[in-house]
Design a protein around this ligand. Structure first.
Ligand SMILES: [Zn+2]
Length: 305
């Protein structure tokens, strides 16, 4: 058989793919961050984003219906605003992971100290509201900085879910230690498929749920064929809308029907990867971090040098 992944992970019980239907509960944090002076006047945009209050419960109920545990990435400010959603998620045993404080981008912070501040503030809220330190983190808008891997290792994170550098998990190796990367990519993100929200500068042509699902499903088929990892980066205010969520339920049914799929939380996937690595059944790529600590030599851009 054609081999496209050189180091597939031996997933539990002979599964051919690990699946986590992960959601980022950004709610209206992104609107306040983008429009700090005017967001309170943008009521329709608020209502679009605050739809998370309806759809998160729908998604949790759907996961419960299928008997699967999954992961929700949650900016800590949103957890404080929408505490009932935190309780609803935890009651069903799903994982809550770190997604910034108010969805601030790590790679635009003024200093390493500022990035560390937001990371610690999020950890503090998650620990207080869930009773457990977060195991994982996803950088808001994938905006991982040159310091992020090091800070995650310092704070004892098991995994990151922000990067796009492989089909299977890999290791981010920084001076403070290692973090397991559980990669995804823009092709598994719902924002480019559906989001029309002018206040957030998003003007994607709205696709039908079937058309969007063709993209996500093609990724699933290929990962199932070659032994990869399928992690969605979806948003309850976008994919949790009725017709799209209904289509996701059909997708999960179809995945279950196909068989040999391991549905797991991101934490479970990372723990499994760590165990396989320890027993020598999986050899991940080791990525030294940061990739670049500073801009590359500017002379390379000049002709004739
Ligand atoms: Zn987000």
């Amino acid at each position: 058989m054609l081999k496209m992944i050189n180091n597939p992970v031996p997933w539990p019980n002979g599964a051919k793919v690990a699946v986590c239907v992960s959601f980022d509960i950004d709610a209206d944090s992104i609107l306040h961050l983008a429009h700090p002076d005017d967001a309170h006047r943008m009521v329709a945009a608020q209502s679009f984003l605050r739809y998370d209050r309806i759809s998160v419960k729908r998604i949790v109920d759907m996961f419960d219906h299928f008997g699967i545990k999954q992961t929700f990435f949650f900016p800590a400010w949103c957890m404080e605003q929408y505490g009932e959603l935190v309780d609803y998620i935890l009651k069903s045993g799903h994982e809550i992971a770190h997604h910034g404080y108010i969805h601030e981008s790590p790679n635009v912070q003024a200093s390493l100290k500022d990035e560390h501040h937001w990371l610690q503030r999020g950890i503090e809220v998650i620990e207080r509201m869930t009773g457990k330190r977060p195991s994982g983190w996803r950088a808001p808008v994938y905006n991982f900085s040159e310091h992020s891997a090091d800070l995650l290792a310092q704070e004892g994170f098991l995994y990151d879910a922000s990067l796009m550098g492989d089909d299977v998990p890999y290791i981010l190796h920084s001076k403070s230690g290692e973090v397991i990367e559980l990669p995804s990519h823009w092709g598994l993100d719902d924002w480019p498929q559906y989001t029309y929200l002018p206040e957030m500068n998003a003007r994607m042509p709205t696709k039908s749920p079937d058309a969007a699902m063709e993209v996500f499903w093609a990724e699933f088929e290929a990962n199932h064929k070659y032994g990869g990892l399928w992690v969605s980066v979806w948003h309850p205010s976008v994919s949790g809308r009725l017709a799209r969520c209904d289509r996701i339920a059909s997708m999960i049914e179809a995945m279950m029907k196909k068989g040999d799929v391991w549905f797991a939380t991101m934490e479970e996937i990372a723990l499994h990867v760590a165990a396989c690595r320890k027993e020598g059944t999986f050899t991940p790529t080791i990525e030294p971090m940061p990739t670049y600590a500073e801009p590359i030599d500017p002379s390379v851009f000049k002709p004739g040098t």
